[in-house]
Design a protein around this ligand. Structure first.
Ligand SMILES: NC(=O)c1ccc[n+]([C@@H]2O[C@H](COP(=O)([O-])OP(=O)(O)OC[C@H]3O[C@@H](n4cnc5c(N)ncnc54)[C@H](OP(=O)(O)O)[C@@H]3O)[C@@H](O)[C@H]2O)c1
Length: 432
């Protein structure tokens, strides 16, 4: 911090969607309510000549973002490059070692290297803030870390990937196939040209792991997060779940299970009156549950240039407030190694099965027989007309049972070629 102590001198690494949005917002800082002034000193990206819709000629340009971390005239490095390793990690580490504050939107970096980076920030007594890494404009990191530190959290769950939520919402609204809606999402800029990290559930897994670490005082361990994406979901699953009065949502959740914390991401059926059911399009939502507050729900835009830049700006405002606190809430050496993957086959609950019956007589009876033989009792069932395809869509909701029993039945159903496609097995959220 220079001179009067009221100006923070920034080095901004990454001038893409978020970095560009941040520069635009900084230009409007007179309209904001910051406790001091922000001055961009230097910037870095790959291509110096790319038009970013904002004049960057007044800032010093550096090719290697690590130079920002080493410059004497910079107080804060804002890392908006992305990626769990490579230039983002090198820049953040160099900045913390130089005693500079770091603000980042990089969930992959924090989820995969959170322990070592938090320890580095603590060692050098510097700020490492990453509000924008989780749920965009929703101020959930700070809420869980500070405002809700008086809450004994039992569960954090939510819709943490706007791309997946847009795709699932549009599949319901239009009845179109996954591939068609994904292509449209890419055209509208809701999905990346390489959407793998989003649709595989990996992005939501990074975010929920960060929330889990803060909410439960746990060491973030990405290898323990169970992740399933939305790429196998068929339009018929969504349509038939809707007929049961349920929505299919990609739900990310972390919750206490005995002495450990489970962290998982999967497409799940939620009933129409569940708080997550009405969160549609690219919106995000986070539900925090605990004693003695009950349930708190936060909703808002989870991505995009402006909303994410606003979250970065919130972290920059925090830098004026005082000394750094541990990035993950508790000091990293006190975080417990409690995030552990459980074998999902041991899950109990009600399940949804969606499939198309093979175009042969007796398949419906064969399907229900195999389920009965495995001890799976059917709660609700819809069979639709096969139409021209010859393969009749069928959807089943089971009564509570072990997941292993449903998996056993589905293995038998596959071996007997009772269905024309690979059945989808989804958990049903029975908690209201
Ligand atoms: N986009 C969102 O809505 C959103 C929301 C929440 C969090 N985030 C996170 O914010 C971060 C940035 O995301 P983004 O969407 O803004 O990404 P982006 O549009 O792809 O921008 C990335 C920026 O990093 C620069 N860059 C890439 N490699 C570099 C290198 N080796 N050296 C210097 N600069 C390099 C790029 O330079 P060029 O422009 O020259 O190619 C670009 O300016 C990521 O961690 C992301 O997960 C994004």
């Amino acid at each position: 911090m220079s001179g009067s102590g009221k100006t923070l001198r920034l080095g901004v690494a990454g001038l893409g969607t978020v970095g560009g949005g941040l520069l635009k917002l900084i230009e409007r800082q007179a309209e904001l309510r910051l406790p001091g002034k922000l001055e961009v000193v230097a910037v870095s990206a790959r291509n110096k000549n790319r038009n970013r819709g904002v004049d960057i000629s007044k800032f010093r340009w550096v090719d290697d973002p690590v130079e920002l971390a080493l410059a004497d005239d910079i107080d804060v490095v804002v890392e908006l490059v992305g990626g769990s390793d490579g230039p983002a990690k090198r820049t953040v580490e160099a900045a913390l070692r130089s005693g500079k504050s770091v603000v980042s939107a990089n969930k992959a970096l924090i989820a995969e290297h959170g322990m070592e980076i938090a320890a580095l920030a603590e060692k050098h007594e510097t700020h490492l803030l990453f509000e924008a890494a989780v749920a965009g404009a929703i101020p959930i990191v700070r809420a869980v870390k500070n405002s809700l530190s008086g809450v004994i959290v039992s569960r954090v769950s939510g819709i943490l990937n706007g791309t997946c939520n847009y795709i699932l919402s549009e599949m319901l609204r239009t009845g179109a196939a996954y591939e068609t809606v994904l292509a449209e999402a890419q055209r509208l800029g809701y999905a990346e040209s390489d959407p793998f990290l989003d649709v595989s559930g990996g992005d939501a897994a990074h975010k929920v792991l960060i929330l889990a670490a803060i909410a439960f005082g746990a060491q973030p361990d990405f290898t323990q997060v169970q992740v399933e994406g939305i790429d196998k979901i068929e339009a018929m699953d969504i349509t038939l779940a809707n007929k049961f009065d349920y929505r299919i949502k990609l739900v990310a959740e972390a919750y206490r299970a005995g002495s450990s914390v489970r962290c998982r991401v999967a497409p799940v059926l939620v009933s129409r009156d569940h708080p997550l059911a009405s969160v549609n399009g690219p919106l995000n939502a986070v539900v925090v549950e605990g004693e003695p507050v009950g349930r708190l729900t936060f909703t808002g835009p989870g991505a995009g240039s402006g909303p994410t830049a606003a979250a970065v700006m919130g972290d920059l405002a925090r830098l004026f407030e005082g000394p750094a606190t541990p990035p993950l809430g508790k000091p990293s050496r006190e975080l417990a190694a409690i995030i552990t993957a459980a074998n999902s086959a041991t899950d109990q609950g009600s399940f949804f099965i969606g499939a198309k019956l093979a175009d042969k007589p007796g398949m419906f009876a064969a399907l229900t027989e195999e389920l009965a033989e495995a001890g799976v009792s059917i709660d609700k069932l819809i069979q639709e007309s096969a139409g021209d395809t010859g393969a009749a869509p069928v959807a089943i909701m089971t009564h509570p049972c072990p997941r292993a029993s449903v998996e056993k039945a589905l293995a038998k159903i596959a071996a007997l070629a009772i269905t024309a496609d690979e059945p989808r097995l989804l958990r049903i959220e029975t908690r209201a």
